[in-house]
Design a protein around this ligand. Structure first.
Ligand code: SF4
Ligand code: SF4
Length: 82
């Protein structure tokens, strides 16, 4: 009951940032994101990969995309607690 009350009061949002130089376009983050924030870009980066890109859909800051990404530094998640 205590946890529910806190969850109702705190509005948690997030923002994800992709480093297109580090992303290899594997798509694991796209599959992991339950809110469909991420997709693979139709454009290629300078290494020839279709990199992950974010959309206008709201990110909840869950961090799943960060944890499944095999490339260190390719994805950052920022989480705001209001
Ligand atoms: S933090 Fe969660 S909701 Fe946000 S883009 Fe990553 S997987 Fe999707
Ligand atoms: S999981 Fe990482 S390397 Fe794979 S597409 Fe997403 S950001 Fe790129």
């Amino acid at each position: 009951m205590f946890a529910t009350a806190i969850e109702e009061e705190i509005d948690i949002k997030g923002y994800v940032e992709i480093n297109t130089d580090e992303c290899k376009g594997c798509g694991l983050c796209v599959e992991a994101c339950t809110t469909k924030v991420l997709s693979l870009s139709p454009c290629l980066n300078r290494y020839g990969y279709h990199t992950a890109t974010n959309s206008d859909k709201p990110c909840n800051g869950c961090g799943l995309c960060f944890y499944v990404c095999p490339e260190p530094g390719a994805i950052k998640v920022f989480k705001a607690v209001n």
